[in-house]
Design a protein around this ligand. Structure first.
Ligand SMILES: *Cc1c(COP(=O)(O)O)cnc(C)c1O
Length: 382
């Protein structure tokens, strides 16, 4: 008998999404910057502690806004990890910038803050802190470096909603923070994101860039008497349909994250015995910092073992996947970016990291089934 398939991930609704969408449709406008967009922005400002949140149609769009706000021009350099999603780098390349990749830490898989200063050149304009799996980068150290060198600190907090570092929400600590509500993330609306503008000096320009380069926001507030084109920008707003869906999810965000953390805890406790026998490595979170249960991963001993384990789980009708192809190894990365120093941790981990199923409607019983299948793999291969 084959057991039902355990997918790697699965979009979900929490309850009021369709109701809020119906309300949006019956109101006067479903364009962007309406009632639900404002509700979402207010929620983000209050719960994450940022002075200004702007909803976007993706985290990719929020990163592209950040690149404009950082005044990135041809040849300007931006320090970031190679172990990240494409958009982290691509947003800056669109402006002619050059991503400069440094290695990651083996515990959090986040950029290694001790390598940042050596990568700084006269062309460096910004550092992007990617909070992998919702685990915080060393924000205090990064803030200190950016302040001393006059660099903008941008957080790619796509995976980090409601995760914290020393009591502060990720995404709300650097000058700018970028969030994702893509259906693969913890809180979703299909495609969606937000830019948190934490540095007050950037707020006014951020609103202009967000509204296609116009002063529409200031016009509607009565601050200027003409609505006109004042700067570069684009259409970065999501429609009210997405915002209405998102607001229903945000209202339940803490509950969603609590369940994911519980699933994550179950994985940890069931897999620790095998990890102690040296079969694979588990995520290490320094100082027991709370995280949001975004990703659960194993570090297999070798790439071959990872391939064999994926096939074994597949036979048990369980989907497990890996990422990322390090950006410095990708065709576009080689063309548009460069590395600073060797990236041995990135190169080793990228061939051994395996992500296990983790989604909002997953049950403890399903986590147990995945762990039993993993145990049977290591028993058979012993
Ligand atoms: C998902 C993700 C993005 C892109 O988010 P979208 O909303 O799909 O544009 C960017 N960076 C990281 C680290 C991500 O995980």
């Amino acid at each position: 008998m084959t057991l039902p398939r355990i997918p790697f991930g699965k979009p979900f609704i929490v309850g009021k999404e369709l109701f809020y969408i119906a309300q949006a449709v019956m109101s006067s406008s479903i364009a962007g910057d309406g009632v639900y967009s404002r509700k979402c922005q207010q929620w983000l400002e209050e719960h994450l502690g940022s002075p200004k949140a702007l909803l976007t149609h993706s985290c990719t769009a929020a990163l592209e806004m950040a690149a404009i706000l950082a005044d990135i021009g041809p040849g300007d350099e931006v320090i970031m990890p190679s172990f990240t999603f494409v958009s982290t780098a691509n947003a800056f390349v669109l402006r002619g910038g050059v991503p400069v990749f440094i290695d990651i830490r083996p515990d959090t898989l986040n950029l290694d803050e001790t390598l940042v200063e050596a990568a700084i050149t006269p062309r460096t304009k910004a550092v992007v802190a990617v909070h992998y799996a919702g685990q915080p980068c060393a924000m205090e150290a990064l803030k200190d470096i950016c302040q001393r060198h006059g660099l903008l600190l941008i957080e790619d907090a796509a995976q980090a909603i409601l995760a914290q570092s020393e009591g502060r929400s990720l995404g709300a600590i650097g000058d700018l923070g970028c969030l994702s509500f893509h259906e693969t993330k913890n809180i979703i609306c299909g495609e969606g994101g937000a830019l948190l503008v934490n540095n007050p000096a950037l707020i006014e320009r951020a609103e202009v860039i967000w509204q296609k380069g116009t002063n529409r926001k200031a016009f509607f507030r009565g601050e200027v008497d003409k609505y006109t084109w004042v700067d570069i920008g684009s259409s970065f707003l999501p429609s009210e349909l997405s915002a209405a869906f998102l607001f229903a999810q945000l209202e339940q965000a803490k509950r969603i994250n609590a369940h994911r953390r519980a699933l994550y805890g179950k994985y940890l406790s069931l897999l620790e015995p095998l990890a102690e026998q040296g079969m694979f490595g588990l995520p290490l979170s320094p100082g027991n910092r709370p995280e949001n249960g975004h990703i659960f991963y194993l570090l297999c001993r070798t790439a071959e073992q990872r391939t064999a384990l994926i096939a074994h789980l597949q036979q048990h009708n369980i989907a497990a996947v890996f990422h990322y192809v390090p950006l410095h190894d990708s065709p576009a990365g080689q063309r548009f970016a460069r590395t600073a120093g060797a990236l041995p941790v990135t190169e080793s981990l990228a061939t051994r990291l395996l992500r296990l199923p983790l989604y909002s409607e997953m049950t403890m019983e399903q986590v147990r089934r995945v762990c039993l299948a993993i145990q049977s793999f290591y028993q058979a291969s012993r």
